[in-house]
Design a protein around this ligand. Structure first.
Ligand code: SF4
Length: 367
């Protein structure tokens, strides 16, 4: 069986040929699957009945389903997404005035071991497949029709959920093709951001093969601190990482976003801010300062708001574009890993079907 949300013209062509259907039927099938969000061949009304029946024997249905739905007081909606093998990942819909951003996962768990991230504690359980990445977007699109979203549809897509997307490049790149192609979901690559801890060779490959935006989790201004927070710094240190950023083939008028989780007394001093300015010199960049949301057993505390604001001011005064990412949906466990764990707990308690729930705690991730 072929996964319906992994379909591309290249995959579909030989299938149609084998079934004796003309090649132009491919555009109709893809239109049903991606634009009209119909995964069941039986409902593809523009196809002949015989072809519908044959396709039903060839295509496997969606690879993901909503296990638990959590709606925050601030409008953020989180989906614990169940995969065919019972694993759970998360997708988060974040409405913000004229935007509706979807944050999706690329792996079950994560191998990167960042100490400020609860997902790291799961370790890497497995990579997501193409259809599981695309399927999260299709699930989220179905949510948009539900209250309280007022946006006409998804406006932005970010790979900042569970997992390190560039560690799963073999599924990520084909998924990005489906998400952005005119025959697929048609989301402009300019509206898609892939976030990484800084896997240097894969950063190059991603920008060579796609036109999406890149976000890099920096979170420290010295290797000593970064190595302690993010094991990846032992493989590619700040000099490797920022040297690679300088050399990346950035499309015109694009910038790299540097994410920086503010940890009290660890990386939030004025000296850090000044060092950050000089580290980013010569890179078309903007800095996203992120409030740390503590999780049980977390060895860090969030920087006070006044500290975050003065850090931001110092960057702005020196010409560095810096924004502060407000915590969203923290009353329903704002980030990955913990949501999945809570999803499992909530799932155990429910009777069946997608449940509405509001888990209590929150957590943090930045890539
Ligand atoms: S911050 Fe990202 S890369 Fe680091 S452990 Fe968490 S999910 Fe993995």
């Amino acid at each position: 069986m072929i996964a319906v949300h992994g379909l591309t013209p290249a995959v579909l062509g030989p299938v149609l040929e084998r079934l004796g259907a003309p090649p132009w039927r491919a555009a109709q099938v893809l239109d049903w699957v991606y634009r009209r969000e119909t995964a069941d061949p039986g409902s593809m009304a523009t196809l002949p009945a015989a072809l519908r029946q044959s396709l039903a024997d060839e295509l496997a249905g969606p690879a993901v389903e909503v296990a638990v739905r959590s709606v925050s007081g601030d409008g953020t909606r989180k989906l614990a997404v169940r995969l065919a093998d019972g694993e759970l990942v998360e997708s988060v819909l974040i409405p913000d005035r004229h935007r509706l951003t979807l944050c999706i996962s690329s792996q079950v768990g994560c191998a990167m071991g960042c100490r400020f991230c609860a997902t790291a504690r799961l370790g890497l359980r497995r990579h997501l497949r193409v259809e599981e990445i695309v399927g999260q977007v299709q699930l989220a699109r179905a949510e948009v029709g539900r209250e309280p979203f007022s946006a006409p549809g998804l406006t932005n897509l970010v790979f900042m959920g569970m997992g390190e997307p560039l560690h799963n490049l073999d599924a990520l790149v084909p998924a990005l093709e489906i998400l952005s192609a005119p025959w697929g979901l048609g989301i402009s690559p300019r509206r898609i951001t892939v976030s990484t801890v800084g896997l240097v060779p894969q950063m190059h490959e991603l920008l060579d093969r796609t036109g999406v935006n890149l976000a890099v989790s920096l979170t420290a201004t010295t290797d000593e601190v970064r190595r302690d927070l993010m094991p990846i710094d032992r493989r590619w240190d700040l000099s490797d990482l920022l040297g690679a950023c300088r050399a990346l083939p950035l499309p015109r008028r694009r910038r790299i976003t540097f994410e920086y989780v503010m940890l009290s007394g660890v990386n939030d001093s004025d000296e850090d801010a000044r060092r950050l300015v000089s580290l980013l010199h010569g890179i078309r960049s903007k800095v996203n300062l992120i409030f740390f949301n503590p999780f049980p057993g977390a060895p860090f505390a969030p920087s006070p708001r006044a500290r975050v604001e003065s850090f931001q001011r110092l960057l702005l005064d020196r010409g560095v574009n810096a924004t502060v990412r407000e915590s969203r949906g923290s009353d329903v466990a704002a980030a990955c890993g913990q949501l999945a764990a809570q999803g499992r707990a909530a799932e155990g308690a429910r009777a069946g079907g997608g449940a509405e729930t509001a888990p209590p705690a929150n957590e943090q991730r930045a890539s």
